[in-house]
Design a binder for this molecule. Structure first.
Ligand SMILES: *[C@@H]1O[C@H](CO)[C@@H](O)[C@H](O)[C@H]1NC(C)=O
Ligand SMILES: *[C@@H]1O[C@H](CO)[C@@H](O)[C@H](O)[C@H]1NC(C)=O
Ligand SMILES: *[C@@H]1O[C@H](CO)[C@@H](O)[C@H](O)[C@H]1NC(C)=O
Ligand SMILES: *[C@@H]1O[C@H](CO)[C@@H](O)[C@H](O)[C@H]1NC(C)=O
Ligand SMILES: *[C@@H]1O[C@H](CO)[C@@H](O)[C@H](O)[C@H]1NC(C)=O
Ligand SMILES: *[C@@H]1O[C@H](CO)[C@@H](O)[C@H](O)[C@H]1NC(C)=O
Ligand SMILES: *[C@@H]1O[C@H](CO)[C@@H](O)[C@H](O)[C@H]1NC(C)=O
Length: 916
């Protein structure tokens, strides 16, 4: 069944599934029901027993010991953590991110490592009927032993492991030992044992990475990527704990709301996963008190793990408040209570959160266009996804603090994003990530963790992948932010367009493996476990059309179907005709360098040149450094200072200018294409550029540098993702301005175009279009004029001497959306552009810090930088066409006007030419 068919079937059933969230570590109480018979007579004794019968949790996090094979290294190691972090913290190694240390410390991943801890078990805990030893995350291949007895092994970083250990535990001291194998050697060994090649064998040389990462279920980018270092980690990357109980342990509560279209009624499907000591029959009561909804269900538990599913109907007389994506409404939540009782005694009492929203992925015929639409409808409303792609925020997951996570996600919404794609070469993110997304209204496109490779399908591999997928779907399906599962990153495209030189005769074998893994196993499993959101097999894909073609389409990049990834570094990025008019652009982008303040802590003076071996070493994309310069040189003269240090920082700046302008052009093209079909293509409903964040200090496609500093692109994103946006572009000889509106209400707007000369801060002339109706959620042209007529009508203008600024106004003259601009020529050809003398004054008042700029002339790409003082400006990288401008600064740590003033540098385009 295609997604399309499934969609219409769901609609015809009048059923759209929705979902919700579990609150982790919910309150759970259990009493031993076998004691109940005594309760009337010996209530004093019982209350004593009851307290004994409470389940017990014991954390085994904290200081463990770490050693390598020979025991020649032996030091304390934090759990959760990894070997690299422990070695660094103990001063055994330097900062692994410093200069070439990724290569220097390659040996760490070639070693076997052992984590050990000693912990004390109380008589009370040991007396429980069942004790589980739970590893929330083991990275990756390990043998686990307790008091010298092997209790299990692990081979998947993305699985939680639990072992029943009551009989191996002693009252008093216990020794727990985890013996890790080198992930690099393990992967190589698995490859050797495999009957045929599963490409790619190794990453490109420029990535300086390790081979065969597709043979180990571990963060795929940890063996290196085109934006990241090779640090194949080892360790206990999530918590370790004991759960001891006499009756039961609640493993997971996953509520998923369902909406019945024909009855307009909500219900909540609640999966309750319980580990019980013995078979029990009882009753469970589910309630959402705020919605006056309560129902009881029979509860049947077997000995061991049992999943019970219940459907709680929501009182139809109550108005349910929905969860909305950011910009469309609130992110409302409700409490769901779950209580189980027997003979009047409560033995299970847990609470979870439930959010109500529907999500549909619409793939249906479009009038005037071959192919199928591809867009998301949330709560019945078509929504354009604006945002970026998320990669792991650090090579060492234990070093990602909640503050880092919050700051990155806040930065995403501050740039008017409403969606992020969690990319399939990283990790299924931690709970906090999704909780923040729920709260901020960020929609998450969740890849499963397979990327840019073929994968084996031997039994052991399939087995561990099935467990991984089952656990992750159960863990995440209650989050309203997650709106889609996607099976892998680019593996359909890799196969279809032959990235790995697979002989034609062998292709069917690889297609068969592909279908076995992603369709027969993963898709089936995900859809059994979660009917509340769509599943796509790959990204990019043609979706329903790929299915028609046996899951590997001839051209998965077809703009008439599904989503598209598009990269071109050599074509002129200022020319929107370069870009495919896709239904949905889930990846596109350009590289840039981070700013000097981000590079400085990991480099030395002799590294500070664009041609240094350091600059080459940090670039993991073939020819990347030269590509950036060539793309920049299409429209800008390259920096040419005779001062080598200034030449370096100016070059960093010009790469950021290039990147910002390229991604702006491409994103604005996608946004203005939302309502049009042109030559059979269009109705674009998503723009997620590559990539939001960085894993280390290096050139990459990110808009936020490692450490959180916004690049010029991120400031641009704030404007180009604005809810209401004027977009200007030329089509042949005509200048057009579109209004793009993502707001729900209809508007009536006009474009106001102000023409400036490059040489003068006073405008040359101003043009106004008529008022145009702009219906909610549409993109329409409001201004259209031949370029020649426009310039001639504006007196002294030519393409080389003038530029356009424009904004939108309603009837009352109120501005809607940001002011935008359009260059009529490349800045390198502009006549009359002078070096601007810009002075800055930093002030502090009640609302924070502000910087007031005064400029002597028109200045493109004005860039304020306060070095390593963390924070962000209210806007930056802008075109200054007025003598004065004031911007705010949000500091992320205490600072002062004096400190800011000392650190502040202001650069605009013409500053990067000439000596000094
Ligand atoms: C263990 O670590 C030490 C110290 O870095 C190193 O010299 C030794 O080669 C490592 N490996 C083994 C197998 O001992
Ligand atoms: C690591 O363990 C594997 C498997 O036990 C063994 O073959 C290999 O020699 C060990 N490597 C080192 C460096 O000790
Ligand atoms: C949806 O509601 C209709 C009308 O009340 C009912 O007949 C139908 O069974 C419901 N569907 C489901 C799947 O509950
Ligand atoms: C539904 O809510 C109404 C009042 O809001 C209440 O009287 C009624 O008992 C509720 N029904 C159920 C089944 O809880
Ligand atoms: C720049 O402008 C400031 C004040 O506007 C002035 O004091 C200064 O002399 C100017 N510098 C140059 C190099 O023109
Ligand atoms: C710019 O600011 C200065 C000082 O506050 C003021 O005198 C001047 O009039 C302003 N210029 C414009 C064009 O607003
Ligand atoms: C630097 O480049 C600019 C712009 O191309 C040019 O005008 C200037 O002469 C160059 N200066 C040097 C020192 O090469």
């Amino acid at each position: 069944m295609t997604d399309l068919h499934k969609q219409s079937l769901l609609s015809s059933l009048g059923l759209v599934h929705v979902w919700s969230l579990e609150k982790p570590n919910t309150m759970t109480k259990a009493v031993n029901t076998s004691l109940l018979a005594f309760s009337c007579l010996f209530f004093v004794v019982l209350s004593l027993f009851l307290s004994v019968a409470e389940p017990q949790r014991q954390s085994l996090n904290g200081k463990w010991r770490l050693s390598n094979t020979s025991g020649s290294v032996c030091l304390p190691a934090e759990v959760p953590g990894c070997v690299h972090s422990a070695l660094q913290l103990q001063g055994f190694i330097q900062d692994p991110y410093f200069r070439f240390n990724d290569a220097v410390y390659r040996w760490i991943a070639l070693e076997n490592w052992t984590y050990t801890t000693t912990f004390t078990v109380s008589a009370v805990l040991r007396a429980k009927q069942k004790v589980l030893l739970i590893f929330e995350g083991v990275d990756t291949v390990a043998f686990i032993s307790l008091n010298g007895i092997t209790i299990g092994e692990t081979d998947n970083m993305f699985c939680e492991y639990d072992f029943s250990v009551r009989d191996q535990l002693k009252v008093g001291d216990n020794e727990l030992r985890v013996d890790f194998r080198s992930p690099v050697y393990y992967a190589a060994e698995r490859r050797k044992a495999h009957p045929y090649r599963v490409p790619p064998d190794c990453p490109p040389d420029v990535q300086r990475g390790e081979c065969h990462v597709n043979f180990i279920r571990k963060e795929q980018s940890s063996f290196s990527w085109d934006w990241g270092p090779s640090f194949p980690t080892t360790g206990l990357w999530r918590g370790v704990r004991l759960e001891a109980f006499d009756l039961l342990h609640v493993v997971q509560v996953s509520p998923v709301p369902l909406y019945n279209l024909s009855s307009s009624a909500w219900s909540v499907q609640v999966d309750l996963l319980v580990d019980a000591v013995q078979a029990t029959r009882s009753h469970v009561t589910l309630s959402v008190p705020e919605l006056e909804s309560e129902q009881s269900f029979p509860l049947e538990l077997l000995s061991g793990k049992t999943k019970n599913s219940f459907v709680l109907h929501i009182n139809a007389s109550r108005q349910v408040k929905l969860w909305w994506p950011r910009g469309y409404g609130d992110q409302s939540a409700y409490s769901l209570l779950i209580r189980a009782h027997q003979d009047g005694v409560v033995f299970l009492n847990t609470e979870s959160r439930v959010y109500f929203r529907t999500v549909e992925l619409v793939q249906e015929a479009i009038v005037g266009s071959p192919g199928l639409s591809f867009y998301f409808r949330i709560n019945g409303k078509p929504i354009f996804l604006k945002g970026s792609n998320w990669i792991p925020a650090h090579a060492f997951q234990d070093q990602i603090s909640s503050a880092v996570l919050k700051n990155l996600l806040q930065s995403a919404v501050d740039a008017n994003m409403n969606a992020l794609r969690v990319w399939g070469g990283g990790v299924y993110e931690q709970d906090l990530f999704y909780e923040i997304c729920d709260q901020l209204g960020i929609m998450v496109w969740q890849d499963l963790m397979f990327a840019c490779a073929m994968y084996p399908t031997e039994d052991q591999f399939i087995h561990t992948v099935r467990e991984e997928v089952l656990q992750q779907v159960r863990r995440l399906k209650s989050h309203p932010s997650v709106i889609i599962w996607s099976g892998n990153n680019e593996n359909e495209a890799a196969l279809a367009t032959d990235w790995f030189n697979i002989p034609a005769s062998q292709k069917p074998m690889y297609v068969k493996d592909y279908v076995t893994l992603y369709v027969d196993n993963i898709k089936k499993l995900v859809e059994e476990e979660d009917q509340s959101r769509p599943f796509l097999v790959s990204s990019p894909t043609n979706g329903a059309e790929s299915e028609q073609e046996g899951w590997v389409a001839a051209n998965p990049y077809d703009p008439h179907y599904g989503d598209v990834h598009f990269y071109s570094y050599s074509l002129d990025c200022w020319d929107w005709k370069t870009f495919p008019r896709a239904r949905f652009a889930s990846e596109y982008g350009f590289q840039s360098w981070p700013s000097f303040s981000t590079l400085q802590p990991v480099s030395r003076r002799d590294d500070w040149s664009y041609d240094s071996s350091f600059s080459a070493h940090r670039q993991h994309h073939e020819d990347g450094n030269q590509q950036m310069l060539r793309q920049a040189a299409i429209h800008f003269n390259l920096p040419n200072s005779t001062d080598p240090f200034k030449l370096f920082t100016d070059t960093l700046y010009i790469t950021q200018v290039m990147q910002a302008q390229c991604v702006k052009t491409q994103t604005e093209f996608y946004r203005r294409s939302r309502s049009e079909i042109v030559e059979g293509k269009g109705h674009t409903m998503g723009a997620l550029y590559w990539q939001l964040n960085d894993i280390w200090q290096a050139p990459s496609w990110s808009s936020i540098e490692f450490g959180g500093k916004w690049k010029l692109l991120h400031y641009f994103a704030q404007s180009f993702f604005a809810a209401v946006l004027p977009v200007g572009f030329e089509d042949d000889d005509t200048m057009l301005i579109y209004v793009v509106s993502d707001v729900l209400e209809d508007l009536k707007l006009r474009a106001v175009v102000t023409v400036y000369s490059w040489s003068d801060l006073n405008p040359v002339c101003t043009l106004r279009s008529n008022l145009h109706p702009v219906s909610g959620g549409s993109a329409v042209p409001v201004f259209k004029q031949l370029v020649a007529a426009l310039l001639a009508g504006c007196g002294r203008c030519t393409r080389l001497t003038c530029l356009l600024m424009f904004h939108l106004e309603d009837e009352g003259g109120i501005q809607h959306g940001p002011t935008n601009h359009h260059y009529m020529c490349s800045p390198k050809d502009a006549r009359g552009l002078q070096k601007a003398n810009i002075t800055a004054m930093v002030q502090e008042d009640d609302s924070g810090f502000s910087v007031t700029l005064r400029s002597s002339s028109v200045a493109p790409f004005v860039w304020l930088d306060v070095g390593n003082i963390p924070g962000r400006f209210t806007s930056n990288g802008f075109l200054m066409v007025s003598a004065n401008r004031t911007v705010g600064f949000h500091a992320w740590r205490p600072t002062s006007a004096a400190e800011l003033s000392n650190a502040l540098t202001v650069t605009s385009l013409m500053d990067v030419y000439g000596a000094g």
